[in-house]
Write a protein that binds this ligand. Structure first.
Ligand SMILES: [Zn+2]
Ligand SMILES: [Zn+2]
Length: 136
């Protein structure tokens, strides 16, 4: 399918179609955009897309961007367990870059632990202007 580094999982036909729509896209896609792209492949209802997306997120192949209500394929070469994710979102070109930083992850975990909070998952969304757009 692609040169993705995550452990291969058996995807259903719908899951692979949604996965390739996201892999072939330059930026994040909403469920409705994915539905529009896949109508020719037999997708009719948003629920079909959401079901596939739920599984892909669970597998760690796709990440959900809450602030955009959109989804991106994981492009991080060593996405490690996906406990802490950070995304830089360019507000000019909509480019999304995934970041992974163990120091940041450990720091947040420490802050939470100090307050007796059992941290499960962190998603950080940084909004701004990417290097390319800044230079343009
Ligand atoms: Zn990832
Ligand atoms: Zn940009």
């Amino acid at each position: 399918m692609n040169d993705h580094v995550h452990a291969p999982v058996d995807l259903t036909k719908n899951q692979s179609l949604v996965m390739s729509a996201l892999t072939n896209s330059d930026g994040p896609l909403s469920a409705y955009t994915i539905l529009d792209q896949l109508r020719d492949h037999g997708f009719r209802a948003p629920l079909q897309v959401y079901r596939a997306l739920d599984k892909l997120v669970e597998f760690g192949l796709v990440h959900r961007l809450e602030s955009l209500n959109a989804f991106v394929a994981c492009r991080h070469p060593d996405c490690d367990g996906h406990e802490t994710l950070a995304f830089m979102i360019c507000e000019t070109c909509s480019q999304v870059t995934e970041l992974s930083d163990m120091m940041l992850a450990n720091h947040l975990k420490g802050l939470a632990e100090k307050r007796g909070f059992a941290l499960k998952k962190t998603t950080i969304e940084l909004r701004g202007v990417c290097a390319m757009c800044k230079a343009a």
